[in-house]
Design a binder for this molecule. Structure first.
Ligand code: SAM
Length: 281
């Protein structure tokens, strides 16, 4: 069922071992070799699912030197699977250089999609999901972290970030300082595992819960942070400009609907403004 000369990018569970898809199991069973970030760690999962395909280590420190021989194996007709310690490979995990090398060699790279902590966290965050920005891990040093957050502060999209437990408090304090204590956020912890917790509130309220209960900063964490609210005066200026641009070509109700959808403002308010501007013309 696997195709020769193909590298499969296989998502594995982020905690619960049964979150490995049927197709992932079939693929991992059928390829010639599995490239794993940590062969010992993945060995437990593979054994649990009765998979005994040989594993080869591929991690950030040996990826570059292994790429040539992996491309050779694929060119010689093997099929291979890449897995990481958890979730979807390449998402804050190794594999990017290998995938590019395969593309450049004209080899097929095929995804076997599945779990990813960022999507799992986003899906339970209660924050807008129509547009979001995944920003990976923040810098570890405090000055770099503040300047990284300052660059993100006015982004209107929902932000998703990973963080290690021992830096969580420092990140929440920096978030409160740069984004403001009132910004809405969700802290998703130990997803799909025994101590799964999802805390939702303002940055201040999540910070307080983490300060009061040290268990809240244990395990694996994803932070989902609400996007910046656009400044009201800017929205009004944009609304007027959009209405004026559309007014000549479209009927008032359609102008209001388009403007409301594009700028995420109330439809009736947009319609009232269309009528005001029409009268003033
Ligand atoms: N490739 C993975 C993915 O698709 O989610 C991410 C790998 S990254 C090196 C590991 C980070 O993902 C952790 O530090 C944590 O921020 C997040 N993570 C992984 N598993 C998680 C879980 N069960 N619950 C919450 N966050 C998790």
């Amino acid at each position: 069922m696997v195709v020769k000369h193909t590298l499969y990018i296989v998502a594995t569970p982020i905690g619960h071992r049964d979150d490995l898809s049927t197709r992932a199991i079939l693929t991992l069973n059928s390829v010639d070799k599995i490239l794993a970030e940590d062969t010992r760690h993945s060995g437990n999962l593979l054994r649990h699912h009765g998979i005994d395909t040989p594993t080869i280590s591929l991690h950030e420190h040996n990826e570059l030197e292994r790429v040539r021989s992996i491309v050779d194996w694929l060119e010689n007709g093997q099929s291979l699977a890449l897995i990481s310690d958890a979730g979807t490979p390449l998402i804050s995990d190794p594999g990017y250089r290998l995938v590019r090398a395969c593309q450049q060699a004209g080899l097929k790279v095929s995804p076997i999609p599945g779990p990813s902590a960022l999507l799992a966290a986003l899906s339970v965050s209660g924050l807008p999901t129509d547009a979001f920005r995944f920003v990976g891990f923040p810098p570890a040093k405090s000055v770099a972290r503040i300047s990284w957050l300052t660059n993100l502060e006015s982004d209107p999209n929902t932000l998703v970030m990973y963080e290690s437990p021992h830096r969580l408090l420092a990140l929440l304090e920096a978030l409160s300082h740069v984004f403001g204590a009132d910004r809405e956020m969700t802290l998703a912890r130990e997803l799909t595992k025994q101590f799964e917790t999802v805390l939702h509130g303002t940055v201040a309220s999540v910070l307080e819960q983490v300060r009061l209960d040290t268990d809240q900063s244990r395990g694996e964490l994803v932070l989902v942070v609400g996007g910046a609210n656009k400044d009201q005066s800017n929205v009004e200026i944009e609304l007027d400009a959009l209405i004026k641009a559309l007014m000549g070509d479209l009927p008032p109700k359609l102008v209001a609907r388009c403007a409301a959808n594009l700028l995420k403002v109330n439809k009736q308010a947009a319609y009232r403004r269309v009528l005001e501007l029409k009268q003033a013309n």
